[in-house]
Design a protein around this ligand. Structure first.
Ligand SMILES: [Zn+2]
Length: 469
């Protein structure tokens, strides 16, 4: 049994005793295993929404997290296709900035965070103290949730940069908004973060620095509280839609030190924002480690405990990474062990970024997960994209019908049949192919993977009437 099917069994038990926003679908917060997808990746492109949904469903997932790096581009059709497979869909949006600035209104440049030195490449941090950014985010969230019909929303990565704290160039935010707000609220000049000779230097004036640390943690919680509970926030704009907040953790670092560095106070968020679920994210020094043991999540237990103490019974999940870097692709066995450890750490379970990055995408044999007999067409659902060679008609044999054409729809092979007669079983067989390495994120890892298992199907004699149109 894979980690995914074990998770599915767990999900069934959990769903039985939890209320869902939409009674026709399981609770988006508690239902695991949860697939993370970013549909802008090649894995999810050039295929039908239905094929994405059936791949995830037959892979064993029971809920889906839809990462929208640009919420205006989130596709309602894909959300509906996934929901049609019985899986709730969670919108995952970034809290402290954007990967893509195209949706931001004119003048957005003034919303930017100021980091101690330079800027982080590839991501635009936006200041949590900018009221216009808060209002814009509220509107984007509400519009996207309503337009696409998401079951839940999670605000991913709301932290202030950065791991390692003020020693790091990426440390922020030191924009005039934040500095002025501190002056106003604390009645003090902010700490100095560059000139070590200053009497206000953060290491020299510990009392001043402590006030600064508390202030930025409070501002972060306030930002999330505004998004969720404020006027025009998610609770009012999207009643019934579940909300998850995110914190962040790191091995060998206490929750208090992480709060100092990145301003996330899990207990305060749980108490004031009152989310329906909370996710503890794995910070980069951990996930980037190729030798990260799967039970590293046991070290996250203090992060889970502090949230649970603040709100007993709140579901807490752990987020990990499955393969954003070529040196740390996680295997099914690794993920299964991590899932087991996550429950020992007090979490409901773990989910990983993301489905199409895990090791099996590069290394597992190609195989059939399931099929759907729709009479004139048979949809054969595979675990990966097959080589386009699978569409060669001459490599297919049918008894009891004729193969008219074969098309590839992502990980689904659609076989169109003719001359099928009621009551006559059809036997289909085909020449095994390899998978298609061109859809992988890292194109140079591993060669084509061979077919494994049966390359034939027997379809029952009576034409099913319950097939999808
Ligand atoms: Zn700022």
């Amino acid at each position: 049994m894979s980690w995914i099917s074990k998770g599915a069994a767990l999900a069934l038990m959990l769903c039985a005793c939890s209320a869902a926003a939409d009674p026709s679908r399981p609770d988006p917060v508690r239902t695991l295993p949860s697939a993370v997808i970013d549909p802008s990746f090649a894995w999810f492109a050039d295929r039908s929404d239905r094929s994405i949904a059936e791949e995830l469903r037959h892979y064993g997932y029971r809920s889906v997290r839809y990462i929208a790096t640009r919420p205006s581009g989130a596709r309602a059709e894909l959300v509906k296709a996934i929901q049609a497979e019985g899986m709730p869909v969670i919108l995952s949006v970034f809290g402290n900035g954007v990967y893509d600035t195209r949706d931001l209104p004119e003048g957005w440049q003034s919303w930017k965070m100021r980091q101690r030195e330079g800027e982080t490449a590839g991501y635009t941090y936006l200041c949590l103290n900018e009221p216009e950014y808060l209002e814009w985010t509220k509107k984007v969230l509400a519009d996207t949730v309503r337009r696409c019909g998401f079951d839940a929303v999670e605000i991913v990565e709301p932290f202030w940069p950065a791991h390692g704290g003020p020693e790091k160039d990426a440390y922020g935010c030191l924009c005039s908004r934040c500095l002025d707000r501190f002056r106003k609220e604390a009645g003090l000049e902010p700490p100095e973060f560059t000139d070590s000779g200053s009497p206000r230097y953060w290491k020299t004036d510990a009392g001043r620095y402590r006030k600064w640390v508390d202030a930025r943690a409070g501002w972060l919680t306030e930002f999330l509280n505004g998004l969720v509970n404020g006027p025009g926030g998610l609770r009012k704009a999207c009643p019934g839609v579940k909300v998850l907040t995110w914190g962040i953790a790191s091995r060998g670092v206490s929750p208090a030190l992480m709060r100092e560095w990145e301003g996330v106070d899990g207990a305060d968020i749980a108490r004031r924002v009152r989310p329906d679920g909370h996710v503890v994210q794995t910070d980069w020094p951990d996930w980037l480690d190729p030798a990260l043991p799967p039970d590293y999540v046991l070290e996250y237990a203090p992060y889970i405990r502090e949230v649970r103490r603040a709100r007993p019974g709140l579901p807490v999940l752990i987020q990990t990474d499955l393969g954003s870097d070529r040196k740390m692709l996680r295997s099914d066995e690794w993920m299964e062990a991590c899932q087991t450890a996550s429950t020992r750490a007090g979490a409901l379970g773990v989910f990983g970024y993301m489905h199409s990055l895990q090791e099996s995408i590069y290394k597992a044999p190609l195989r059939m997960l399931s099929h759907r007999d729709e009479g004139a067409a048979v949809r054969i659902i595979l675990n990966k994209w097959p080589s386009p060679d699978i569409t060669r008609n001459e490599d297919w044999l049918a008894h009891g019908a004729r193969v008219a054409s074969v098309e590839c729809d992502g990980c689904t092979v659609v076989v169109h049949l003719e001359d099928r007669r009621p009551g006559v079983p059809v036997k289909l067989s085909w020449k095994p192919v390899t998978d298609d390495p061109s859809r992988r994120w890292f194109r140079d890892i591993g060669g084509p993977c061979p077919w494994e298992g049966p390359a034939e199907l027997v379809l029952a004699g009576s034409r099913p009437s319950a097939g999808r149109p």
